[in-house]
Ligand binder design. Structure first.
Ligand code: AFD
Ligand code: MN
Ligand code: MN
Length: 406
């Protein structure tokens, strides 16, 4: 980057009425958590291809996640998944994270891989199985307390494959019962992020299939329960940004799992397939940050951003770096929308001008801006190149194959 290209960019944005200092400040505060499981081996139901150098335990996953933060300055926390990241001493895991410049983020329970959960976990008609699943949720609350995490992130595979297989209404009540118990166990400053997904592994009905069901559950539980939007968990053609706007207006948007999907829950690199969708999600967030209602503004400022990705073919650390750069890029573009221009066009009912005012942000080349922001943050202007040059990727090859997998 030359000083000249930033100078040109700055002039262009000033002419468009954009306050670049505010844009830069906002970009510097964008933090996106990475998932521990995204560093382990993963695959499809057909095959998991093992990669050389994959972390062998939760400590190594944190070391790899720390590399991503080191080069981007954007991912200072790592989500953990229990029991995948089960360790004897969580205090030690926390200290290990801090020693590497990161912290432990959301704690994710796992109620989908035990044989007992074949027909459901917290919605199973067998009360002993519901008890077991609830105890696991409570264990995760305890782990969160031990590591100082403020977020419990919940996703349930619970559902059925055939009509009549189970009583959908009773399952709804059981879920509420179990989650209430968990909610009561949480500290006052903890949030419960409730994730929904329309299908898979259940193919007929899923107990929390969409944002409306997750929202209703959150409403019933209390204000520290919020909805988590995983961008890959909707039927084709769903308007995800509409869901985002709606939830912020209800002050219930807890967080995101960013990833890309083309067909189902593909968990690919964020914004690799639909960058414009991610841009429009950020447009809604940036717009809600200026809402006249302080509660809406507060929600828009306190969203927990996370990646939920599995890198089956590509090397994992650079894939995370790429994802974060993509997220940062779309946020930057959304910050370059002149919201006054959009409002004026809306007032005049000028459909074309309104759409154009939004799209103009997307069409800006934000490369000079991001390079300056990174320099000011004290990270490399080109995080990917710097990581690839660092030799870390070669160094970890000594771990060999057969590392942790989900
Ligand atoms: C599964 C789900 C969901 C969840 C993740 C971690 O599809 O995205 O966030 O597991 O529990 O991939
Ligand atoms: Mn997810
Ligand atoms: Mn998913």
């Amino acid at each position: 980057m030359t000083d000249q290209s930033y100078a040109i960019f700055e002039r262009q944005q000033r002419d468009r009425g954009i306050d670049l200092e505010t844009v830069k400040d906002k970009l510097k505060t964008l933090k996106v958590e990475t998932p521990s499981w995204g560093y382990g081996d993963s695959g499809t139901r057909f095959k998991v291809f093992q990669q050389d150098g994959v972390p062998r335990d939760p400590f190594e996953k944190i070391e790899d996640a720390a590399q991503v933060n080191k080069y981007t300055g954007m991912s200072p926390s790592v989500a953990i998944h229990i029991p995948w990241d089960k360790v004897d001493n969580y205090g030690e895991l926390k200290q290990h994270a801090l020693d590497h410049g990161v912290d432990i983020g959301a704690v994710n329970p796992n109620t989908f891989q035990d044989d007992d959960y074949k027909l459901g976990s917290i919605t199973n008609s067998d009360s002993a199985i519901r008890r077991k699943a609830t105890d696991h949720l409570l264990e995760c609350v305890d782990i969160a307390k031990t590591v100082g995490s403020k977020a419990l992130s919940l996703w349930f595979a619970d559902g059925t494959n055939y009509p009549g297989q189970a009583d959908i209404r009773r399952r709804k009540h059981w879920m509420h019962e179990c989650l209430s118990e968990m909610y009561q166990a949480m500290d006052d400053d903890m949030r419960m992020l409730i994730e929904y997904k329309f299908f898979e592994p259940a193919f007929y009905h899923t107990d929390l299939a969409d944002w409306g069901m997750a929202y209703n559950m959150a409403q019933k539980l209390g204000e520290r329960a919020e909805v988590l939007v995983d961008t890959g968990h909707h039927p084709q053609a769903t308007n995800v940004e509409h869901i985002v706007a709606y939830l912020m207006d209800e002050h219930r948007l807890g967080g995101f799992h960013f990833n890309s999907r083309k067909y189902a829950d593909d968990d690919l690199i964020a914004a690799a397939h639909h960058p414009y969708e991610l841009f429009l999600i950020f447009y809604q967030i940036v717009s809600a940050q200026t809402d006249t209602n302080p509660a809406v503004r507060n929600n828009a400022e306190n969203i927990s951003y996370m990646l939920d990705q599995c890198h089956n073919l590509e090397p994992k650390i650079p894939a995370m770096i790429r994802s974060l750069i993509n997220v940062q890029t779309q946020y930057a573009k959304a910050l370059l929308i002149n919201l006054d221009e959009v409002s004026e066009a809306q007032e005049k009912h000028d459909v074309l001008a309104a759409e154009h005012a939004v799209r103009k942000g997307f069409e800006c080349d934000v490369t000079p801006l991001l390079e300056v922001v990174r320099e000011e943050m004290g990270v490399p202007a080109d995080p990917m190149a710097a990581y690839l040059k660092s030799g870390y990727g070669d160094k970890i090859l000594a771990r060999g194959k057969g590392g942790a997998s989900w």
